[in-house]
Write a protein that binds this ligand. Structure first.
Ligand code: NAD
Length: 477
């Protein structure tokens, strides 16, 4: 979408293939460099008046946007599910989480009022939050609505023009979101959607009007995008991949850990940056592991668990399981043997897989696999478990399952991650708390959502004022 209109891209097209059945479900076109430049010029023009629009008016448009998303939630969730392979329930829940961010953005008008104080005789200091101008966001395939919704409402509420480059694997949901914003009354040009891959991203980052770049995706690409933007003096925040650990202690509640850990590595077929990947089993926790396997083994593909994004990803994961087994891994639950749902045999299905006896430092212990695979590393105590957790380069999430407050607190303190959970398998902070990892899971400073994101998506202008001559003070007071 360029200046409020759907325009045919001149640099080719992308076919969208459903992970459920391998069939083409749609296509989008890719803009040429000239089209990208012209779109960003128009966004820059449109931002000038959007940035000057009072925040209460901007919020009114976003409030309409919320109501349209709620009205159309079933339709959008079906489209999301069919292009990225999630179950309908997961697709719906993802959009609802995005709407929570939108509701938070609606509160900025009442909560983030700036500040003013007399700092010396007759001298006042004030700060005001101002829009940056045009900002860009590049998003991954696995959350076609939720991840974009982390940034769309907040960046727009703060008065920016928003340019979105959705994943080339799941570009269709963006059409619904853009149309909803138009229907909500967003002025033309304030929201732009540009499809494509690296070339489109490069053209967006390099355009002089783009002041800040947000990115969510793999760490390899996050680093490329971060470096390209910051080399040009632009603000950038690039969230990358993950390898998340769960520390399971013998005193854990079996029901809580069985459900929490199983849902964490199987939800969204393991294709989420907060999914459990490595279970650090401290001492004898076999009864807890049994519960995890029972729960994961009961899930029906196509009903309780979705499909993998592509045939290549399915091949990568099945061959990774083969390699891990050959390296000494003991398969406790074998997703390679899971049956595809009837009529969907051409889809990219892999069942939940649990592998015991994984060694620290091995492929299963260090590489982001991004599928429904849980690798178990046996540890004699918490010190050993935390040393393994700390040795992995990523830093998104770590969780502990225990009944002990002090032991939980130790894991919270020692985890080398931006987000930690206690008896929660997927410790995603909810608004107004902000989302973001550390280490190789994030390039740049700050978080991408919540109250800690406001400073990233805006400038703070500081104003110092004096109106009267002060006879009892000089310039040094
Ligand atoms: P990806 O890095 O392949 O793609 C992400 C985006 O970058 C897409 O829009 C893609 O078109 C674009 N892109 C691809 N190559 C590029 C290049 N060379 N230059 C510029 N842009 C390029 O990621 P993906 O496969 O879509 O998503 C899965 C990854 O995203 C996983 O690693 C997952 O952990 C991560 N992820 C992280 C978070 C988080 O919050 N940290 C959230 C969701 C997903």
């Amino acid at each position: 979408m360029i200046a409020g209109e759907w325009v045919k891209g001149e640099a080719g097209k992308i076919e969208v293939i459903s992970p459920y059945n391998g069939k083409k479900i749609g296509e989008v076109t890719v803009p040429s460099k000239q089209q990208v430049d012209s779109a960003l010029d128009k966004a820059n023009e449109a931002q000038k008046s959007w940035g000057r629009t009072p925040i209460k008016e901007r919020s009114a448009v976003l409030f309409n946007f919320r109501n349209i998303l709620i009205r159309d939630i079933e339709e959008i969730s079906h489209l999301k599910a069919s292009e990225c392979g999630k179950t309908f329930a997961e697709a719906r829940a993802g959009l609802m989480k995005g709407i929570e961010v939108l509701e938070y953005a609606l509160s900025i008008q009442n909560l983030d009022l700036g500040g003013k104080a007399e700092v010396s005789r007759g001298v006042h200091c004030e700060y005001r939050r101002e829009a940056l101008g045009v900002i860009a966001n590049i998003t991954p395939f696995n959350f076609p609505a939720m991840v974009p919704m982390w940034t769309i409402p907040i960046a727009l509420a703060l008065g920016n023009a928003y340019v979105w480059k959705p994943s080339d694997k799941t570009p269709l949901t963006s059409l619904k979101i853009a149309n909803a914003l138009t229907e909500a009354g967003l002025p033309k040009g304030v929201f732009t959607v540009l499809h494509g891959g690296a070339e489109t991203v490069d053209a967006i980052i390099d355009h002089p009007a783009v002041k800040a770049v947000g990115f969510v995706g793999s760490s390899k690409v996050a680093k490329i995008v971060y470096q390209r933007a910051t080399n040009q003096g632009k603000r950038a925040l690039a969230l990358g991949g993950a390898k998340n650990h769960i520390v399971l202690l013998p005193d854990a509640n079996s029901e809580l850990s069985g459900l929490g850990i199983s849902d964490s590595f199987t939800g969204c077929a393991g294709q989420r940056c907060m999914a459990a990947s490595v279970l650090l089993a401290v001492g004898n926790v076999d009864n807890h592991i049994q519960k995890i396997i029972e729960r994961a083994g009961s899930l029906q593909l196509g009903q309780d668990m979705g499909a993998l994004i592509s045939k290549q990803q399915k091949e990568f994961l099945t061959s990774a399981i083969d390699r891990i087994e050959k390296a000494g891994g003991k398969i406790l639950l074998d997703g390679r043997k899971a049956k595809a749902p009837a009529g969907l045999e051409e889809g990219n299905w892999l069942g939940p897989t649990v592998i015991d006896n994984v060694k620290p430092g091995s492929e299963a212990a260090t590489v982001e696999l991004f599928g429904p695979i849980l690798s178990i590393i046996r540890c004699k105590d918490i010190s050993e478990a935390m040393a393994i957790e700390n040795s992995v380069e990523y830093g998104n999430a770590c969780s502990v399952f225990t009944s002990s407050g002090p032991l939980a607190d130790r894991v919270v303190r020692e985890a080398s991650t931006g987000m930690v959970g206690v008896n929660i398998g997927v410790p995603v902070p909810r608004e107004p708390f902000s989302f973001g990892g550390i280490n190789y899971s994030k390039f740049g400073h700050g978080d991408i959502t919540g109250r800690h994101s406001l400073d990233f998506w805006s400038n703070i202008k500081k104003i110092t004022t004096k109106w009267e001559v002060q006879t009892d003070s000089n310039w040094m007071s």
